[in-house]
Ligand binder design. Structure first.
Ligand SMILES: Cc1cc2nc3c(=O)[nH]c(=O)nc-3n(C[C@H](O)[C@H](O)[C@H](O)COP(=O)(O)O)c2cc1C
Length: 222
């Protein structure tokens, strides 16, 4: 295989014309969470997007070095956006040092993206336990078997750890909630709703949290 075979796409020429229906200030809901709920519903139903709750979570360590990964949003309400992970993972360690986080929902299929910037804090243990109990048995064991983000010697090592746990906690047996596993709730400081439009003149409306409560909306140049 030559290098040319490996790169058959002319990426510079790949571009789509986006829809023309815009996003106007007058159309926005009173709060970003309500607006998110509207767009989320549209992405999941009319948009037919696969896993619209998949989001890119970006964190930075104490020295400001960024990293990103995909995570599933599991809950949202006026208190914030919740995801679950391993607290000892890279993202978990980053957030312990630096709680500022960015969540990006890349809804390309409907020419939209939502970007939430805010502060993450751990969910309470009761809330974590309640969610853990809803997970399939295998995922519960997986949370114990994997020291997420650590180097592992081999696939066999991972499979052996899982098999050992599966024999200790057979299907039907209650799996304890791992102490190193749980949720983060991101309380938004800004939420941007981006709607692709023609000629790259996209709509970008950003809610900004006001110090005394409530939200201000500003329009950003595309
Ligand atoms: C579609 C998708 C959904 C994912 N959902 C989660 C999730 O909810 N929680 C999680 O910890 N990792 C999830 N992952 C795995 C993460 O992307 C990542 O590999 C893992 O969390 C370790 O990241 P870190 O080492 O940067 O902390 C998901 C990956 C994909 C592709």
């Amino acid at each position: 295989m030559t290098d040319r075979d490996a790169a058959p796409f002319d990426l510079a020429a790949m571009r789509k014309q986006y829809r023309s229906e815009g996003l106007l200030e007058a159309d926005l809901a009173a709060t970003p969470v309500e607006q998110f709920a509207r767009w989320f519903k549209q992405a999941a139903t009319e948009g037919g997007l696969f896993e619209p709750n998949a989001m890119i979570v970006s964190t930075a360590d104490a020295r400001g070095r960024p990293s990103s990964r995909t995570v599933l949003l599991k809950h949202f309400d006026d208190e914030g956006f919740v995801f679950y992970t391993n607290y000892d993972s890279r993202k978990g360690r980053d957030l312990a040092e630096n709680p500022y986080v960015s969540l990006l929902f890349p809804w390309h299929g409907v020419a939209r993206q939502v970007i939430v910037n805010g502060v993450a804090r751990r969910t309470g243990r009761d809330e974590t336990a309640a969610y853990f109990r809803t997970r399939p048995h295998g995922s519960q064991l997986g949370a114990w078997a994997s020291a997420q983000s650590r180097v592992v010697a081999s696939r066999d090592e991972l499979d052996a750890a899982y098999a050992e746990l599966a024999s200790r906690y057979p299907e039907g047996e209650q799996v304890p909630v791992p102490p190193h596993w749980g949720g983060f709730r991101v309380r938004p400081e800004t939420v941007e709703f981006w709607q692709g439009r023609e000629n790259r003149l996209h709509d970008r409306l950003r809610y900004v949290a006001e110090p005394g409560g409530g939200w201000r909306v500003e329009r950003l140049a595309p």
